[in-house]
Design a protein around this ligand. Structure first.
Ligand code: PMP
Length: 359
């Protein structure tokens, strides 16, 4: 009998692992989780009831076409049904986009640092990542990204606002960049945090997609709508791209619970967006307090802030954990802190102040 183990694809060697934000330890000192950009509010009672009702049929497969959710989305965003595709969270849809466009020999361009799933899903597809460093101000360097395009480029991610820095790309610079991208290269505007934007100069990707056939927009129910645990996201893209996304989707990937919860959340949008408004107020308070304490904080339009702590990153995260808040460290680079409930933000601010004073 042969002693060899199953052959695996060489592309998987050295793939970075996705590191989820650590939860608050049960019984430990950390009571608050500000490490995963989640929505701190519990599910709305009405959405909860919908999910409980859907749970009664989970012996059945879900509606594979997500028809109810798709027609609700088509109405809400004023786009044709054929321009929509759903997936298991927007990370699932992002993976479908890469699978649909890129394979061995192809290149995927994105800013770095940005959303940590981009290198993973690119490498899984067999394509190569082209990472373009953020500017000194922690913003996408769109000129450098345009210059990085080659005849191998298949897809470009623009994460707006960018995870983990919270920084944005504004309308004029984005349009100028898009004018430079060949029409056979797909540009994906990842707008996972769209609902938290208050800067009127940041474009709505769905308005941009309408007049650009090579632009697709990624959105999610995980953040503003508070459905992170249910896994549902979607893309708005022109017909050929959206059809390709349906081909690369895992069949029945979006559960009926998730589909029904997403529809119920769209119908409860006023209340959910009210919660987003409160988080945006908290964001302003956290940002201004950190600046007052003497920190350099890039202006954020998302539900998190970024502190570039360099080699003090891990110490800062440990100090936060000891004080009762989990944050997301990127060792040697910085810490991403989600805006949470008021008490959690207070605790974070208190810890940041004490940490700064002993520097
Ligand atoms: N895009 C960005 C920029 C994100 O930060 C995240 C979540 N961390 C996602 C996509 C994926 O979110 P989900 O799969 O929950 O929709």
């Amino acid at each position: 009998m042969s002693e060899t183990s199953p052959k695996l694809r060489a592309e998987l060697d050295g793939i970075p692992t996705y590191r989820p934000g650590r939860p608050a330890a049960a019984g430990g000192p950390a009571a608050y989780k500000l490490s995963s950009n989640e929505n701190p509010y519990p599910p709305l009672p009405g959405v909860m009831e919908t999910v409980m009702a859907a749970a009664g049929t989970f012996n059945r497969y879900p509606d594979m076409a997500c028809s109810g959710l798709m027609s609700e989305l088509a109405d809400r965003f004023g786009v044709p049904l054929e321009h929509l595709a759903t997936g298991t969270g927007s990370v699932g849809v992002a993976q479908q986009l890469v699978q649909a466009t890129s394979g061995p020999g192809d290149e995927v361009i994105y800013a770095w640092r940005s959303f940590e799933a981009y290198p993973i899903i690119t490498q899984v597809s067999g394509a190569s990542s082209v990472q373009v460093p953020l500017t000194a101000g922690e913003v996408h360097d769109l000129d450098a990204m345009a210059e990085a395009i080659t005849d191998r480029t298949r897809l470009i991610f623009i994460c707006n606002p960018n995870n983990p820095t919270g920084t944005v790309v504004r309308r004029a610079e984005l349009e100028r960049f898009l004018d430079r991208v060949p029409s056979d290269v797909l540009v994906v505007l990842d707008e996972a945090y769209r609902e938290f934007i208050r800067d009127a100069d940041v474009p709505d990707g769905i308005e941009i997609y309408r007049h650009r056939p090579n632009v697709a927009v990624l959105r999610t129910f995980s953040k503003a709508y508070g459905l992170a645990g249910l896994r549902v996201g979607f893309a708005v893209a022109h017909e050929r791209v959206a059809a390709a996304l349906r081909k690369t989707a895992v069949p029945f990937g979006v559960t009926q619970l998730a589909q029904d919860a997403a529809v119920a959340s769209l119908r409860a949008e006023d209340e959910l967006l009210g919660r987003v408004g409160s988080l945006v107020c908290e964001r302003a308070r956290v940002y201004e307090s950190l600046v007052k304490q003497g920190w350099t904080v890039p202006e954020t339009q998302a539900n998190f802030v970024w502190l570039r702590l360099g080699d003090r990153t891990v110490d800062f995260a440990a100090a936060c954990e000891a004080a009762g808040v989990m944050v997301r460290p990127f060792a040697g680079e910085g810490v991403r802190i989600t805006i949470g409930e008021e008490e959690a933000n207070d605790l974070l601010l208190h810890t940041a102040d004490a940490f700064r004073r002993q520097l």
